[in-house]
Design a binder for this molecule. Sequence first.
Ligand code: CO8
Length: 261
Amino acid sequence: MTDYKNILVEQRGNVTLVTLNRPDSLNALNTGVLADLIDAFAAYEADDTQRCAVLTGSGDKAFAAGADIKEMVEKDTAQFFNEDFFAGWTDDFTRRTRKPWIAAVNGFALGGGCEVAMMADFIIASDKARFGQPEIKLGVLPGMGGTQRLVRAVGKAKAMDLCLTGRMMDAAEAEASGLVARVVEHDRLLDEAMEAAALIASMAPLAAMANKEAVDAAFENTLDQGIKYERRLFQVITATDDKTEGMKAFVEKRDPKWTGR
Ligand code: CO8
């Protein structure tokens, strides 16, 4: 296992657990974290033994309290523009991860922290989690997709409320708004996320990737295009050995044995 400066990575069976590990700055996301995450998620993607991943934050307080303000404070516009600052989060981190992953939000998920959580396939939150896009209080706006993903997750009213006031949303409100899939007791968070990941990891891997791709397509396509895309993916996946095995196992009343073929 590679040693990273800003994250911890551990394989538990066929689930990869990635922990943001800058607790002194509430796991603030700097370019080092991004580089480590790109590398760790590429390794996860390439490792056939790994079938689901969980991303969480170290410490008891934060998933991530945002992009690292101390890294940005002295940068000027030319630098932000020249580096295409934040592009790596979209272009190199999330887009290349076709396997499923869950965000286990253990505390503050603010600014970039909320944005990274929303990049996950779904979020499981501790009852102590707080979500927000407080960038307006810094005189800026979200830069890693927050305005776009938040609207899609919770609708315009709440997205505008959060972005314009910078207020935080607690876990109950986040669940009621559709931002998070489940809220669990703080002490149960990692167990619950790892159990969900293990369940996903026990499914046919190609089917998991196809399900993820089809759900994500709903954000890009019209309903008609999306339904057609889903149908084509469904037809393609029927060519897999795992389709034959899955259906036979059901009929024969036994557990399937997936090969990932
Ligand atoms: N960046 C860097 N350091 C941070 C960050 C951060 N985002 N958040 C917290 N820290 C540091 C603090 O500076 C402090 O360090 P130190 O001990 O050296 O002073 C340490 O973490 C602990 O934080 P606090 O003492 O503030 O802890 P509290 O419990 O009092 O408060 C909060 C917790 C409410 C989470 C508070 O830390 C806070 O408000 N943090 C900032 C939240 C925020 O504004 N996030 C958005 C950041 S901007 C962003 O994500 C996208 C920007 C897009 C801009 C595009 C521009 C081009």
